[in-house]
Ligand binder design. Structure first.
Ligand code: KIV
Length: 293
């Protein structure tokens, strides 16, 4: 076991809160965040020492096999959030509000946000969008729900944006993004995800906010970083965004393991003696006597 793994798993950890995250920004300590959708991944992330876990609606693409995140429902998100909450006790847990769970009315937005905390063990929620979300964010934060914003490439607007493309690349788009970030902070967001925006813009926004920014495809100048865990592990094969670094190739590893299993079943070398339940000869003989027709 490496020293990094030992220190992360043996040091007594305190629960990460919005205050911890704010203090990390103030101290200039980078915040680590990854996605999880199930119990074993959440457990491994907690044991590795991650600061925040996002139960992202990327669930729809990397786990449920949809083309984009739009078909994901509140019930999908709550189901997977509950599993993550059972596995991770120390990181700050964020539930991603799915498409149409916060856009229809402020009342519905608050109700759905509340379900992530009340039913699914999340510590906060994330929603996409800028100035058009201020009423919903104010209502949620007034109800005591920590809200994370999400600006730049907002995947739930994929059709409006004309595809999964970088945002904020012109002076006017960059200015609008900065304004939106300041408005989200003013409305009470505890943090903002900046996705697929120019690195110098993300750094500028981060410097002008008191709350931490978490970047994905937004360069090293953000206060923290997030990736989709299935991208990082090489578990999602359909495409890999330019900003992803693959730390493992688990899809290939899985295929290798499955092929080996199939070959051993076909060749009758699995199960072997050590995988087999046995019974004493005395009991077996008694059984044969009883069972004889
Ligand atoms: O759904 C998700 O995983 C996300 C991240 C890309 C930030 O929103």
């Amino acid at each position: 076991m490496s020293t990094i793994a030992v220190s992360a798993s043996t040091t007594a950890r305190k629960k990460v809160t919005t205050l911890t995250l704010r203090q990390k920004k103030e101290r200039g300590e980078p915040i680590s965040m990854l996605t999880a959708y199930d119990y074993p991944t959440a457990l491994a992330l907690d044991q590795a020492g991650i600061d925040m876990i996002l139960v992202g609606d990327s669930l729809g693409m990397v786990v449920l096999g949809y083309e984009n995140t739009l078909p994901v429902t509140m019930e999908d998100m709550l189901h997977h959030s509950k599993a993550v909450a059972r596995g991770a006790k120390h990181p700050f847990l964020v539930g991603d509000m799915p498409f149409m769970s916060y856009q229809v009315s402020v009342e519905q937005a608050v109700k759905n946000a509340g379900r992530f905390l009340q039913e699914a063990g999340m510590d906060g929620v994330k929603l996409e969008g800028g100035r058009e979300r201020l009423d919903a964010i104010r209502a949620m934060t007034s109800a005591g729900i920590p809200v994370m914003g999400h600006l730049g490439l907002t995947p739930q607007s994929v059709h409006q944006l004309g595809g999964f493309r970088p945002q904020g690349k012109t002076a006017s788009a960059a200015k609008r993004l900065l304004e939106d970030a300041l408005l989200l902070q003013e409305a009470g967001c505890f943090s903002i995800v900046l996705e697929s925006v120019p690195a110098q813009l993300a750094e500028y926004i981060s410097m002008h906010l008191d709350i931490p920014t978490i970047g994905i495809g937004a360069g090293a100048g953000c206060d923290g970083q997030v990736l989709v865990t299935h991208d990082l592990l090489g578990l999602f094969e359909r495409f890999t965004p330019k900003f992803v670094k693959k730390y493992a190739n688990l899809h290939t590893e899985m295929q290798k393991a499955f092929a080996e299993y199939i070959a051993e079943v076909q060749g009758q070398s699995f199960p072997a003696e050590e995988h087999t339940v046995t019974m004493s000869d005395v009991e077996w003989q008694a059984f044969l006597k009883e069972a004889r027709p």
